[in-house]
Design a protein around this ligand. Structure first.
Ligand code: ADP
Ligand code: MG
Length: 694
């Protein structure tokens, strides 16, 4: 593959548009992209026609409005380009079809926003994210809303939040006397995933139906030797990664880094950062293509946050920053942060935002799957805090106390080998345990789950930071010109004093941290259900409605959708587990204990020692008893939870009764597995699943 030529070859991007559109149309389209505004029909017709010709040349037969409903995965309904004329067809695609689609919205979650009899949903082109070709289909990235204009998707609020932060951050930059019309959030999402052998996967209904293992005792080798992290790639994995990169590059997705992760079978892909809405679209596509390419290599890509108990789970590190239309990264501290007031002010806005809206950040990473991962000594805890590093902390505390700041001198690392090139030491080390860490020129939000759309987290980050920037800009615009510097310093000082408690540079995995966090008055929200209840708190409704990110009814609907999803996920897990236990595991354990018992009695009749047989028969029989009674308990809990429908209240029952019942049943099953011969156990073991890819 000739990468520079093939990169973006399946994308209707700027250079294709420049080549294929009349100069005037191209200019008008560019203007709309940079300044906003809507596309008139005559331009849309020209663009649509050029897009169709290009797509046909690339072998496409269909087009689709590609959108992101609240399910968190993408949706598409294909239409072919054909229009019959007599007994022939012509290929057609109009401007109307490009900019607006209408689809039946009744089967997508709306959280009560829309009754099924009012089923109309509309999709509208987001021209800031390029159209592309996937599976011989021209895909047009679109937003999805209801007949009455309420957002039914993950793109609409994101676009709203981008406009908001652009406005407020530009005001700040202008206050520092610089030219700035637009500020764009940039995001790079590092994606973790597992690869397992397809044949093993097919034998595990839990993986097929729920994406995670519901039973399975730990193998004798896990991740304790740390021999997988950055280890050499296995042949099949290397072939997968090569093909994945190529597929992504053709779609213009800048896949950059790939490596093995900590757990056996776990890997990571990181792209180069992009404008946030494009980064969201590209991350959705990346997840989809990972699954497809894995299938071609006889493997399955697991994106669940916790596919295996006792083994690290998967997350997504959301690297976030702000860039101006003149190309300045607003989170770049430069060589001397102490003197970079503009940077410090933006930093202060983020600090205040995270402290004041810990709940919203926690909510944005909430799901039944991610609850298994957060706080598991492998991922950030469910307590939000920030890491700034020694240098910035030093700067902020000097500002607070008014003391002179001792600059950290640049240090070179002495490796003791002269022939190695001189490596300058970064002014901060890494802190891998912090949920929200400053990493040089961006913030890294590490609590996002691996299967999530990164949209939710970025809607929250954009909105809460913009809200602070707005307040700062209001204050500073009122301050006297001559007093500007002092006014900024006052804001910085006040931020450190009132919100410094959110900064924590220590080990977030340590058992002492929750204690300390409690003393500091930080929020500790340990479950999705608890988190989601807070979404519609007055503070949050005020914030989102004031900035027109969500209407109040959109917020209630989103809360409803997320709670329903939580209940549905756990309901499917409980039913799958019961099915596996009752139909296969219990019979296997009963049968094996029976055969030990018959063996024991045969041996007794001919006078052979049979103590081991008796003991195995007894212990397995006892295990079978307890598995049976614990599965009865789970069944009762599941029935109770599901009797209320999948409502917000039922989520509570799933959390408090169904999950603990599943946990107890699992312990008993795993103990039984540890005593059974491999050939009699109905499902592949953890060892077989985790070490199956060679
Ligand atoms: P590490 O996390 O190991 O330090 P990198 O610095 O390469 O790795 O960055 C990790 C991710 O952060 C990549 O996806 C990268 O593109 C992204 N990133 C780097 N700079 C920015 C930025 N200014 N805004 C958003 N993301 C960024
Ligand atoms: Mg990182």
């Amino acid at each position: 593959m000739n990468i520079p030529i093939e990169f973006g070859s399946m994308v209707f991007n700027d250079s294709v548009m420049q080549q294929r559109l009349p100069h005037d149309t191209f200019r008008q389209l560019r203007k709309i992209l940079s300044e906003g505004g809507s596309l008139d029909r005559s331009i849309a017709d020209i663009v649509a026609n050029a897009m169709k010709d290009w797509a046909l040349e690339k072998g496409a037969t269909h087009f689709t409005h590609w959108f992101q409903p609240m399910t968190g995965v993408t949706a598409e309904k294909h239409d072919s380009f054909i229009r019959p004329i007599g007994d022939k067809v012509i290929m057609e695609f109009s401007g109307k079809e490009l900019i607006k689609g209408e689809s039946d919205a009744s089967s997508f979650p709306s959280g009560g926003l829309r009754a099924t009899f009012e089923a109309r949903g509309y999709t509208a082109w987001d021209p800031t994210s390029y159209a592309f070709i996937k599976d011989k289909t021209l895909c047009i990235p679109t937003a999805f809303c209801s007949y009455t204009g309420e957002a039914l998707d993950k793109k609409t609020p994101l676009l709203r939040s981008m406009e908001l932060i652009s406005r407020q951050a530009s005001r700040i930059v202008q206050l520092f006397g610089k030219d700035c019309q637009r500020v764009t959030p940039t995001v790079g999402a590092e994606q973790e995933y597992f690869l397992i052998d397809r044949k093993m996967y097919e034998k595990r209904p839990d993986l097929i139906y729920t994406g995670r293992t519901l039973i399975g005792c730990r193998p004798s080798k896990g991740q304790e030797l740390d021999d997988h992290f950055f280890g050499a790639l296995k042949t099949r994995v290397a072939a997968f990664m090569r093909e994945l990169d190529e597929e992504l590059w053709k779609l213009g997705i800048p896949a950059k880094t790939r490596h093995n992760e900590v757990a056996p079978g776990q890997h990571e892909l990181a792209p180069v950062f992009e404008t946030v809405n494009v980064a969201v679209d590209h991350n959705q596509l990346t997840m989809e293509i990972m699954k497809k390419v894995a299938a071609r290599h006889g493997m399955v890509c697991l994106l669940h946050e916790k596919p295996f108990e006792g083994v690290n789970g998967s997350g997504k590190h959301n690297n976030w920053s702000l860039i101006t239309d003149t190309g300045v990264n607003l989170l770049d501290p430069g060589g001397n942060p102490m003197d970079n007031l503009q940077f410090l002010l933006i930093l202060a806005a983020v600090v205040r935002a995270v402290d004041m809206h810990q709940d919203l950040l926690r909510i944005s990473v909430s799901s039944a799957g991610n609850d298994h991962r957060l706080g598991g000594y492998e991922a950030p805890p469910s307590i939000m805090s920030m890491y700034l590093g020694d240098e910035l902390e030093g700067v902020l505390s000097a500002i607070e106390s008014g003391a002179p700041y001792d600059k950290i001198e640049k240090v070179y690392i002495n490796s003791g080998v002269h022939s190695l090139s001189r490596v300058r030491r970064d002014t901060t080390d890494r802190n891998r345990t912090s949920p929200f860490a400053f990493t040089g020129n961006k913030f890294e939000f590490r609590s996002v789950g691996s299967s999530f759309s990164i949209s939710d987290a970025n809607v929250v980050i954009n909105t809460i930071v913009a809200d602070q920037l707005e307040q700062f800009a209001d204050q500073l615009e009122e301050a006297d010109k001559g007093d500007f510097r002092n006014a900024v310093m006052r804001i910085l000082r006040e931020t450190v004093r009132r919100h410094g408690k959110i900064i924590f540079n220590g080990n977030n995995y340590s058992p002492e941290w929750p204690e300390e966090a409690k003393k500091r008055g930080l929020l500790i929200i340990s479950s999705t259900v608890e988190a989601l209840k807070k979404f519609t708190d007055e503070k949050n409704i005020d914030l989102f409605t004031r900035h027109l990110i969500f209407s109040e009814s959109e917020m209630h609907s989103r809360r409803e959708v997320m709670l329903e999803n939580y209940s549905k996920v756990i309901n499917i897990e409980a039913l799958t587990m019961l099915d596996m236990v009752r139909r296969n595991i219990l019979p296997a354990v009963v049968k094996t204990s029976g055969s030990y018992a018959s063996g024991a009695s045969v041996k007794a009749s001919v006078g052979i020692p049979n103590a081991a047989d008796v003991r195995m028969a007894t212990e397995l029989s006892e295990k079978a008893q307890s598995i049976l009674s614990l599965s009865d308990d789970l069944m009762t809990a599941q029935k109770r939870a599901s009797s209320g429908g999948m409502s917000a209240e039922s989520a509570e029952v799933y959390k408090d009764e169904v999950l603990p019942a599943m946990h107890k049943l699992r312990l008993a099953v795993d103990e039984a597995e540890g005593m059974m011969d491999e050939s009699s156990w109905p499902y592949p073991s953890y060892g077989q699943l985790l070490f199956s890819v060679l």
